[in-house]
Design a binder for this molecule. Sequence first.
Ligand code: SF4
Length: 296
Amino acid sequence: MKKIIRAEHSGFCFGVKRAVDQVLNLRNQYKDKRIIIVGELIHNSVFIDRLHKQNIETIEEDRLKELLKNKPLNAVVIIRTHGIQKSISDLLNQAKGIDSTLEVVDCTCPFVKKIYGIMQDNTSDETFTILFGNQNHPETIGTSSFITGPYKIVSSFDEAKEYFETTDVLKYKGTIVVAAQTTQNHDELLKIKNLLFSYRPDSLFFDTICNVTEQRQREIDTLSKNCDEVIVVGSNKSSNTQKLYHIALANCEKSFLVNDKNNLPEEAFIDDGTIVVIAGASTPDDLIEGVIEALK
Ligand code: SF4
């Protein structure tokens, strides 16, 4: 017999839902203005295509800098959930001051904003910051732009350990500050913290991992130990989706990461056994339900 379990915590998280609702409302509110999102609102290509069909553009930061030279722009510029670099934010504020046709709507998730604030308030030329994150991820790029003083981005406990052991950072004369990208693994962050504090108990630690991420990671860890197959629905560009997939794969070798039902591999269709379906925080609900229907 086949049993399909949808994980309790799957699909849009609070931050993504808030941003998506805001953007869709803006389209209705400003029918005659260009609506431009700086970077992908969320990491899900199916959803981004849907936005494009509603005439909501996605542009990169460099293109935005060019666009801002045109006045009046008659546009609404939306800052995505992952936030943007401080220099771009400053540029937008400046442009807004001289172009009354320009609106700026900040959809940065409050949890991401919180890290930006922590970095701004707790780093200085006297501190050295260790940021646990993916250096190419927009959130980490944004966070690092709010750091004052030297910093190092590490992507794993092993990388942090090697950095501590092969450089002089532990002898740094000022305070060492530690924080993480919201979607990193919590256990790994605590390992980094414990190692650092064993050498430098005077360090400053900020637990900046979002509990949405942690909740899902714990749920998939439990569910994937007791099933025959796991389907993670979401984009492989989404950091939290990838983490879910890797946790599932460590417990259940028959784990698949798919964008939607069209990516389901042949071997995912089984007649007997328990299939767990979970989704990253940026996966629209209809894509999750589509996968469940296809598997039935
Ligand atoms: S996963 Fe957490 S930090 Fe990221 S957008 Fe969702 S609520 Fe915000």
